[in-house]
Design a protein around this ligand. Sequence first.
Ligand code: HAM
Length: 420
Amino acid sequence: MSTFQAPKGTYDLLPPRSATFLAVREAISAPLRNSGYGYVETPGFENVELFSRGVGESTDIVSKEMYTLTTKGGDQLALRPEGTASVLRAALQGNLHKAGLLPVKLWYSGSYYRYERAQKGRYRHFSQVGAEAIGSEDPALDAELIILADQAYRTLGLRNFRVLLNSLGDKECRPVYREALQGFLRGLDLDAETVRRAEINPLRVLDDKREDVQKQLVGAPMLRDYLCDACKAYHEEVRALVTAAGVAFEDDEKLVRGLDYYTRTTFEFVHDGLGSQSAVGGGGRYDGLSEMIGGPSLPSVGWALGVDRTVLALEAEGVTLDIPAATSVFGVALGEEARRVLFGKVTELRRAGVAADFAFGGKGLKGAMKDANRSGARFAAVLGERDLAEGVVQLKDMQSGEQGPVALTDLVDVLRSRLA
Ligand code: HAM
């Protein structure tokens, strides 16, 4: 029988590369945890309707890419294609949005599922770290999120990324623009599917990557010229705050994003070393989403950064993260009794907070020392029959190669102080 393979469009995270993924999740969430965002975790699946109403019936995500299923009980569920609708649903359900407690600031990290055409950087199972600031219409929140994402990428050592910024207007000014754009698009020579898209979601046509479409879009009405005064003022304030923080961005009037819930601020982080899947993260304001899913008015803003693409971006820039060895001490025992005693010492070390591992599988000295080397441990503690009789253990510094006996009873203390 042939062995099983991971499903198409998915891949496994295995050591040592998996350590980079953990470090990226940690680096993205650290600035959030440091800025008043509390951790939220929601189920991997939700009622289909949450996404069809929230993300939008006409989006690719809902119309083509959702993994849906009917349970034995008849419920229509979908594996979550994104986090925002779920997090808002959870905040509403958990009653976190009481007046006086706003904004509710939450961060999350997890797996998401989209049935996409798989290619490098675009997977059917992928991982995001996200943040949502719920229930407050304050340009400083939009700015805070952009600044924190920038900080996260910089801490990781990324340099070749850009921040694209746009405003999509609100329920006052966008419909007027939408109509103007539709009028313009109707006069173009577009294929049937694009004509259909122009009727359902004309702004998405601006985002069309094809050259013949882009050529025809020259002279299209631009949303900038239609923004109402309130949206304009809001956007200027976001721009001013981000600029004051020293974060460079590019105004990108064609930035539309693939989810329908956005209003006003939208932004994307793109990396220039990733080819066509260049968005390493994105987000924006979604002032109407709460009402769309049955809640009260809760103007909100958030982003999600893609962990997979961030790792690819690091690789593209040749950045290797400084990941400390997981193990500090590696125990190598020779002989039955020595094994028992040293295994006990390894347990003691672990309980004392020292990262320790042990040569398992009854290997000889040579094989066991290879394991010690591979573990990256700073020290090897080698216990032979004669050492045991003398009540000592040989402690080898794997960096300098220096080696000497330490009393077995002192081992934990000695290692703790040498590793401090
Ligand atoms: P999104 O732009 O759909 O936004 O996804 C955010 C990021 O997730 C993308 O920039 C990308 O790095 C990563 N990503 C998306 N799809 C894939 C895929 N198939 N394979 C690998 N990586 C992928 C959202 O999901 C919104 N919920 C963001 C948000 C939060 N807006 C407001 N709050």
